[in-house]
Ligand binder design. Structure first.
Ligand SMILES: [Zn+2]
Length: 474
């Protein structure tokens, strides 16, 4: 499947690149023959083995869970400073970021009647806790957020709402986009209608008894009610008890609470450009994680991919013309504080960001290259894809997803590249107790490093830029 779509796009690109190269130099083109050869060598070097697994192993072993504002978060900032420094990055520094500080405490969810059972559950990130005595009420189930929104308030008032919508598995993660609203917006929608608490089927694809956390977004004008996610098998169990239509009562207890905001930091390091050091190609990942496990795939893998891609570029005999800047962002998970602060502090420097890429979708492999660049730059994206075709990276559309940390830059006109990581199994692990090093495949990680390194190097050596993208109204 992939081979077919890849070759369909790759052949004309190869032809175009080679016809330009046949004159010895790519006159009027984006790259010289030597640039393209260096990129291909970089790809092959990464495929033969990188230090990316070592980076993610170090982060999860020496730091572990690092939710925003926690001691682990502060330790992660120190770890990243040391790591980038010891790997030879230049201008290693931090950017202070104020982050929310939420603590999970304990969570208990059980069915009281008709058939008492304890369920595997987790508080949704940012949820308020319950009163000390807990909350007990009859359950009202809804098949989706839209179905819940359509219910009359009288039927919801005083109930525990259960949103029972299953996330579908997909390589591009599209099932997440379709169901994540249940978690992020569900609490305020339910509260608006008079619910006393919300329980959702986990936004995740695992069949195991593990619950998937993630952030919620309380609306300022809605009451704040406690919100929980239960594992897929436990959601099935609850659904079966609800099926006969007889009243089901649940009991919920949580000690989650919000502490005062805390300081965290974006950690930044650079591989300086040789000819145009003021122009920046940005490689992004996020340093924070949820608290249930060590955050190996979310986003330790991304940290490792972009760090190692830049390190490999720094070892080349032909340094990039532009600066390759690695930014490990603070608090992506609960409000993208770091991404927003970076864009705010960048100010006029945003105009000098030539291209931005983020790795925040697991350990790979990369299977597709998408973009958001000016139309005139699409041949350059196609040429990048032709260098990556031998490692099974296919062409994609010019409607790529930037990743949440660099979205504010894209919204300010910065072109982005979306090297799509394979998300088929990502949501089995995402935001759960299973997000451990065991889920990181070092070969896939190396291939991802190859893709990010090639793309960043070519972006940093390209003759012209990638134009600007239309500013999105948010
Ligand atoms: Zn992430």
């Amino acid at each position: 499947m992939i081979l077919q779509s890849r070759s369909a796009f790759a052949i004309p690109v190869f032809a175009a690149v080679f016809s330009l190269m046949s004159a010895g130099r790519c006159v009027g083109a984006d790259w010289s023959e030597q640039d393209l050869a260096a990129a291909a060598a970089l790809r092959d070097k990464a495929m033969s083995g990188t230090r990316a697994f070592e980076h993610v192993s170090s982060l999860v072993t020496e730091v572990g869970p690092r939710p925003a504002g926690s001691p682990g978060d502060a330790a992660a900032v120190r770890w990243a400073m040391n790591r980038l420094g010891s790997l030879g990055f230049s201008h290693v520094h931090t950017q202070d970021v104020l982050v929310p500080h939420w603590v999970r405490g304990s969570a208990e969810v059980s069915i009281v009647t008709p058939f008492p059972q304890t369920l595997v559950a987790t508080s949704i990130g940012g949820s308020v806790g319950t009163p000390d005595e807990g909350i007990e009420a009859q359950v009202l189930n809804a098949t989706s957020l839209d179905a819940l929104s359509a219910l009359p308030p009288a039927s919801v008032k005083g109930r525990i709402v259960f949103i029972d919508e299953r996330m579908q598995r997909a390589r591009d993660g599209s099932g997440y986009g379709a169901t994540v609203r249940n978690r992020s917006q569900g609490p305020s929608v339910a509260a608006d209608l008079g619910a006393v608490a919300l329980v959702i089927r986990s936004v995740g694809t695992s069949d195991d008894r593990i619950a998937h956390t993630g952030g919620l977004n309380y609306r300022a004008d809605a009451p704040r009610i406690p919100a929980f996610a239960i594992s897929n098998p436990d959601a099935d169990l609850l659904a079966r008890q609800l099926q006969p239509g007889k009243p089901v009562r649940m009991r919920l207890k949580s000690t989650a609470r919000e502490l005062p905001p805390a300081w965290s930091a974006n950690v930044i390091g650079e591989i300086p450009g040789h000819d145009r050091p003021q122009e920046i190609v940005l490689l992004a990942a996020h340093l924070d994680s949820w608290d249930l496990a060590q955050g190996a795939i979310d986003d330790g893998a991304g940290v490792a991919i972009v760090t190692e891609a830049a390190r490999l570029i720094s070892k080349l005999d032909r340094p990039p013309a532009r600066t390759v800047r690695v930014v490990l962002f603070a608090n992506e998970e609960f409000g993208t504080s770091g991404g927003r602060e970076y864009a705010r502090l960048a100010g006029d420097e945003i105009a000098r960001h030539v291209l931005a890429l983020e790795a925040d979708f697991g350990a790979g492999p990369v299977w597709r290259i998408e973009s958001r660049v000016a139309a005139e730059s699409l041949p350059a994206i196609a040429a990048m894809q032709s260098v990556l075709a031998p490692v099974d990276v296919a062409s994609g559309a010019n409607t790529g997803d930037p990743g949440s940390d660099i979205r504010p830059l894209m919204n300010a006109g910065v072109p982005i590249l979306d090297l799509t990581l394979d998300g088929t199994k990502y949501f089995d692990v995402h935001h759960t107790v299973n997000d451990t090093l065991l889920k990181v495949d070092s070969k896939a990680l190396d291939q991802s490093v190859a893709a990010f390194a090639v793309a960043a190097y070519l972006a940093a050596t390209k003759q012209g830029d990638f134009g600007r993208v239309a500013v999105e109204v948010k």
